[in-house]
Structure formats: structure tokens, C-alpha cells
Ligand binder design. Structure first.
Ligand code: NAD
Length: 497
């Protein structure tokens, strides 16, 4: 069985003592290949190569970097279909959804193409007599990206485009569940003219991550994944003196006020809950109905949900694919079963979903659970599956209090025709990304992406202006060209006047 290799310094590498991890096709449940799991020796080899590449790349001119970024942008665009198909095969999402992830990743490359503007420092003339001050943004060195299974193209592009534009070497540790897209990205960087080693790929699981996050030669860690791992890596990395941004999980609520258009809200809720089988950190997990909208809205959501087509990515009619693994399927199934036992109503029950010819695939049908309360596991846990919980509340204030009491704060949305209520909602919710009649408010690349509370550890959001700030450190230079004739000893602390 083929084993996927690391990409170090432009070469496919498998260390003599590396382990192996299985890669499954979630639509069939069959193992199709292995991926190498780096041992300590291979991790050191990759980091050493990244150190070498970082030293050279930091000296590259901004125009040379811009040229590479533009070439890379064109190559990602022309390979969008291939990237989406690679993702579909290992992740299970349908190709149209894969194309969407490529498009959103591409935005970040386009933003990074403007590096000449983003890396401009500042200058102040004559801050004191004969004294000027300037600042510049220097790269950090070797920066590591650790990414989740659910966006194997987009999330690496969130990080790598800006990190490389800033003059760093980027070392990617992709999810061990769907690592192939990372290698296709490495091919495209190489074709774009990026020197070997500036984008390296190292495979493995938590053991590799633990070594990277404490490695002396790693300057920064950019992480996206689940909250417990994000918190642990933030604490460990910062203890080892590294700059860390760690984005975690989510529990996104969509509030529907009584004045909302029920059909518009139902379309949005179904799209945002079940796209990519709910395996998105910005998926809507809970619809909060401010009564009396509940009955009409749940009816409209249920009828749309029943019409969704579940199937493998190879079926062009499929709108929603399988879950990532058998274990995750069992986790989602248990949460739904427990909710039903605790008194919730399964308006649409996806537990028995089976796709003809793919009986061993990890398919879970879209599920709508009404009458959910905050004590149920399906409410408390991040389900990360095609399960939409419905919570009914009596007032707008109750809806806001529910969201603000939740430990996560990634995304939220409100559906209403009342501009004043929407504005109050935006002001009061303790969530990083808010949609007004937009159910998945992922910011465009010229803004930055990030949640609040347990959805993000660190002070920088991801990509956009925060990305350039995260991947550089500022140096400020104060300059004077003194006249020897007026020079004298002065032990007083330098003053600007
Ligand atoms: P995960 O936390 O299991 O894995 C993420 C990465 O960390 C992988 O590369 C994995 O190999 C590594 N890892 C896993 N366990 C580890 C451990 N104990 N120590 C060190 N490294 C470890 O996440 P996942 O299941 O791949 O992805 C789904 C999660 O990611 C969800 O919680 C989702 O909400 C979150 N996510 C968040 C965002 C965001 O922007 N906030 C975006 C996408 C996904």
C-alpha cells in the first residue's frame, strides 16, 4: 500500500524509523493508503531544512516574493478542480464544496500578493532636532502551521500565504486524516518558483506536534483545530517562548426573531447547518427561535432537510458527503440518541442513513432536533456533524444571554428585518464574527478571522492584517547624523525636545 511521504527541501522523504498512519476513504470506509508519521529524527531534519530556507528567503526582495505569490495564485486557480477532488477523496466533502474551500483559500493568496503594501513600515521625520524614526517588519524565521482535517486546502492557505509573503519559512503539519492536499500545494509552490524548503510538509500526529511546539528552532505556531488541543498548544508554546495563535472549536447559534422572513431563515439555517455535513467551524449548530416563530420555522427547516441528497463525492447529485471517520460517526449518533432519550424531538432523524453501494461509508443523514435544552449533550458539545438543534426562547434578551453564556465565541448570526434589533445584537454578543442575515460570516481576506472565548487563544486573529502582524516582528530605528562641532557628553536620559 502506498505511503505518503513528507516534503522536505523539495524532496519526498520517509525517515528510516518513521511510523505509518492509515488513510481511509470516508465514502467507502476502506483504507486506501498510509501516511508517514515522522519520528524525532525526521522532525529535526525538517526543521533544520526550514532554518536553512528561512535564512535565504528572509533576504529575498519584496518584488521577488510578489512574483512568486502571483504565480502561485494563478496555479491554485488553474488547479482548483484537482485540489477539490483530492480533498473530496480523503475528506468526503462534495466537489462543489471543495471548490468553495479553494476559492476562500485563494482570497488569502490574493491578499498576500499585496505584500509590498502590507509590509510597508513607517517613518517620522524630525521627531527631535535632527532625529528621524523608522520602523520595519522583519520575518520571524521558521513558522509552523498545524491544521485540522476539515479544510485541508483553505486553512493551510490562511497561514502559508501570509507567512511566506512576510519572508518566513513555513513548515506545515497537516491533519493525518487527509494529508494529500498539502503535497499538491507544495508542488504548486515549487512550480511558482518558491525556493525549496520555504514550504515544507511534515506528517504525523500529536507526537510530531509536541516536538514542533517545543523545538528550539521554531519561532511561531499557527494552529487551527479543536479547543482542548488549541488551549494545550497555546500554553505549551508560549511557555517555550514562542509566538502562538491557536484557533479552537465552536458552537454557533443563529437567532431568528419573530419578524424574520421564515423562508429566508430556513434556507440559511439548512445551508449553514448541513453544508460539508456540519464539519465546519462556522457551521450553524443551534437555531434559537424567539417565539412565536418556532413552529413555522421548524416546519420550514424540516421540509427542506428531508429533501437533501446524501452521497459520495463521486455522485454529482450529492449535496452532502460522509463524516470523517467511523469513530466520529458513533460520537454524533450517541449525542442524537441521548437527546431523544432526554426528551428532545427528532423532527428529522439521520441516524439510519445508508447510501446504496456505500454501506460501509460514514454517512450520517441531516438531523433536526427540536426542544433542545442547555443541559443536553447535543447542546453542550461541539457536534461537528449534520445535526441542527432547535432551542426556543421567549425574548431577544434570553437569546443573547444564551449565546453569551456559551464558552465558545466563534460565529453567530441574527435573522431579522429590524435594523435596530440587529445593531443591538452586534453590540451585545460576546462572539468574534457576527452575521446579520448572513449565516456563515467568514470575513473576507482583507479582514481577519477569529473567535472569542474558547474559540481562540492568543492575541492575533488569523489571516488579513492580523496575519501580517503575527508573522513579523517590528524593528524601530532612531537615526541622527550629528555635527561633531556641537557634540558633547550628556548623562541625562535622552529627551525629544
Ligand atoms: P484536532 O484538534 O483533532 O486536530 C487538529 C490538528 O492537531 C491536527 O493536525 C492533529 O494532528 C493535531 N492534534 C490532534 N490532537 C492533538 C494533540 N492532542 N496534541 C497535539 N496535536 C494534536 O481537530 P480536527 O478534528 O482535525 O478538526 C476539527 C476541529 O477543528 C473542530 O473542533 C473545529 O471546530 C476546529 N476548527 C476550527 C476552526 C477555526 O477557525 N476556529 C477552523 C476549522 C476547524
Amino acid at each position: 500500500m502506498h505511503t505518503i511521504a513528507h516534503r522536505i527541501g523539495g524532496h519526498d522523504v520517509i525517515g528510516p524509523h518513521d511510523g505509518r498512519g492509515p488513510i481511509f476513504n470516508p465514502a467507502t470506509g476502506e483504507q486506501e493508503r498510509n501516511v508517514a508519521f515522522a519520528n524525532a529524527e525526521t522532525v529535526n531534519l525538517a526543521v533544520a531544512d526550514s532554518v536553512r530556507a528561512a535564512a535565504l528567503w528572509a533576504k529575498s526582495s519584496l518584488s521577488a516574493r510578489t512574483e512568486v505569490l502571483f504565480q502561485f495564485r494563478a496555479l491554485v486557480a488553474s488547479h482548483a478542480q484537482q485540489l477539490a477532488e483530492v480533498v473530496a477523496n480523503e475528506h468526503g466533502k462534495v466537489v462543489a464544496d471543495g471548490l468553495g474551500e479553494v476559492a476562500r483559500g485563494l482570497e488569502n493568496v490574493e491578499f498576500a500578493c499585496g505584500l509590498g503594501e502590507h509590509l510597508k513600515g513607517s517613518f517620522a521625520h524630525e521627531v527631535a532636532t535632527g532625529v528621524d524614526v523608522s520602523s520595519l517588519h522583519a520575518p520571524l524565521g521558521v513558522v509552523v502551521g498545524i491544521t485540522p482535517f476539515n479544510f485541508p486546502v483553505m486553512v493551510p492557505l490562511w497561514m502559508a500565504a501570509n507567512a511566506i509573503a512576510c519572508g518566513n519559512a513555513f513548515l506545515l503539519k497537516p491533519s493525518e486524516k487527509d494529508p494529500s492536499a498539502a503535497l499538491l500545494l507544495a508542488d504548486l509552490w515549487e512550480q511558482a518558483g518558491l525556493p525549496a524548503g520555504v514550504f515544507n510538509v511534515l506528517h504525523g500526529d500529536r507526537t510530531v506536534v509536541e516536538q514542533l511546539v517545543t523545538h528550539d528552532d521554531v519561532a511561531a505556531i499557527s494552529f487551527v483545530g479543536s479547543t482542548p488541543v488549541a488551549k494545550h498548544l497555546y500554553e505549551t508554546g508560549t511557555r517555550y517562548g514562542k509566538r502562538v495563535q491557536a484557533l479552537g472549536g465552536a458552537k454557533n447559534h443563529m437567532v431568528v426573531l419573530a419578524d424574520a422572513d421564515v423562508d429566508v431563515a430556513a434556507d440559511a439555517a439548512v445551508s449553514a447547518a448541513f453544508g460539508s455535513s456540519g464539519e465546519r467551524c462556522m457551521a450553524i449548530s443551534v437555531v434559537v427561535c424567539v417565539e412565536p416563530v418556532g413552529d413555522a420555522l421548524v416546519e420550514a427547516i424540516a421540509s427542506r432537510t428531508q429533501q437533501l441528497v446524501v452521497g459520495p463525492a463521486s455522485d454529482p447529485a450529492a449535496q452532502m458527503g460522509p463524516l470523517i471517520s467511523r469513530e466520529h460517526h458513533a460520537f454524533v449518533d450517541n449525542l442524537v440518541t441521548d437527546a431523544a432519550k432526554s426528551g428532545a424531538t427528532l423532527r428529522v432523524d439521520g441516524r439510519t442513513c445508508s447510501v446504496a453501494g456505500h454501506e460501509d461509508g460514514y454517512f450520517f443523514g441531516p438531523t433536526v432536533v427540536d426542544g433542545v435544552t442547555t443541559t443536553m449533550g447535543v447542546y453542550q458539545r461541539e457536534v461537528f456533524g449534520p445535526v441542527l438543534s432547535v432551542v426556543r426562547v421567549a425574548t431577544f434578551d434570553e437569546a443573547v444571554a444564551l449565546i453569551n453564556a456559551n464558552p465558545y465565541g466563534n460565529g453567530t448570526a441574527i435573522f431579522t428585518r429590524d435594523g435596530g434589533a440587529a445593531r443591538t445584537f452586534v453590540n451585545r454578543v460576546t462572539v468574534g464574527m457576527v452575521g446579520v442575515n448572513v449565516p456563515i460570516p467568514v470575513p473576507v481576506a482583507s479582514f481577519s478571522f477569529g473567535g472569542w472565548k474558547d474559540s481562540l487563544f492568543g492575541s492575533h486573529h488569523m489571516y488579513g492584517p492580523d496575519g501580517f502582524s503575527f508573522f513579523t516582528r517590528t524593528k524601530v530605528t532612531t537615526t541622527r547624523w550629528p555635527d561633531p562641532a556641537t557634540s558633547s557628553v550628556d548623562l541625562g536620559f535622552p529627551r525629544t525636545r
